[in-house]
Ligand binder design. Structure first.
Ligand code: SF4
Length: 313
């Protein structure tokens, strides 16, 4: 499987070239809202899951192919800091390109000073904090038993205090799970300790792995944003908005293969895929129909919208 995917339009980073450093759903958490499904046991053992040299070769080939890329983003289908070579990889990426590097992480390994040092060459780190209390952390993020919310908070705070780049903290809000005033108050307290450059509120707009996980409405999200901002001094709190950009179209592409590869990593609507792959809607639907016929993907409904995901093997 290819380790480099995109560039895809992302809500936060414009056109983002993704780098997937760990095998599917290799993660220290097992979040109820994860789009990758539940893999059962979270892991915290680090390893060189993919050789750094192979990732760099693939990345160089993608960069040579040209096209707009705003960020190189280490994320993908698991927790990227579980890759023990990330500290070698980031400086090597900076040697071959001036495109900034972002790391999207669940933050659970940031308590380790070595991991924080390994991320030092990145331009942006986006850790997650979805809970204010240990109880809600356990319920939403279902961590490896060695992890705690207190450890997560102090790890992110330690990163934010010494990191030369920017730290944007993502908070995933879920209806009935972490959107009560008491929980938001507790989350605000932890954000005050972390002092990120900004806070980004998200909700489960894409189909999560677990049924019963419900997104906040736009009005509820705005109320939560206002509440948090009123309790955190001088840290902007924003709602991560939808992306409406168009990507330039390349001619020589295996579009069904690329669409199937994209859907292995995240569910998407036909409109998302039109924007990602620079297709008009009819063409996107034609490819989706073919992929459905071959059993490669399937349809699912979430929040009244039709999403496409990779079919289970
Ligand atoms: S941290 Fe990300 S990859 Fe890991 S379980 Fe949570 S949502 Fe899924």
């Amino acid at each position: 499987m290819s380790r480099v995917f995109g560039p895809v339009p992302s809500r936060r980073l414009g056109f983002s070239l993704g780098v997937d450093l760990v095998p599917f759903k290799t993660c220290s958490l097992d979040c109820v809202y994860c789009q990758l499904g539940s893999a059962g046991k979270p892991v915290i053992r680090r390893g060189e899951y993919v050789p750094v040299g192979e990732v760099l070769e693939e990345l160089e080939a993608k960069l040579k192919a040209g096209g707009r890329i705003d960020w190189i983003t280490l994320s993908g289908s698991g927790e990227p800091t579980l890759h023990s070579g990330i500290g070698r990889l980031i400086p090597r990426i900076k040697e071959i390109t001036r495109i900034p590097v972002a790391v999207l992480t669940n933050g659970t390994l940031l308590g380790l000073p070595g991991v924080r040092e390994e991320l030092a060459a990145a331009d942006l780190v986006v850790p997650s904090l979805d809970a204010g209390t240990e109880e809600v952390f356990a319920r939403i993020n279902r961590p490896h038993r060695a992890l705690s919310l207190e450890g997560l908070t102090s790890g992110i705070a330690a990163l934010a205090s010494g990191f030369p780049g920017r730290v944007w903290l993502e908070v995933m809000l879920l209806s009935g799970l972490n959107d009560s005033e008491a929980e938001l108050e507790a989350i605000a307290g932890r954000i005050r300790r972390i002092r990120p450059d900004r806070v980004q509120l998200n909700t489960a707009v894409r189909p999560p792995a677990e049924s019963g996980v419900t997104a906040l409405s736009p009005g509820e999200l705005e109320r939560a944003r206002h509440f948090l901002e009123s309790r955190i001094d001088r840290v902007p709190v924003e709602i991560v908005a939808g992306f409406s950009g168009k990507r330039e179209r390349a001619n020589d592409r295996d579009l069904p293969g690329e669409i199937a590869g994209y859907l292995e990593r995240r569910p998407a609507t036909a409109a998302d895929l039109s924007a990602v792959f620079g297709l008009d809607r009819r063409e996107a639907l034609r490819h989706l129909d073919q992929l459905k016929e071959t059993g490669t993907i399937r349809e699912t409904l979430s929040g009244g919208e039709k999403f496409f995901t990779a079919a289970p093997e």
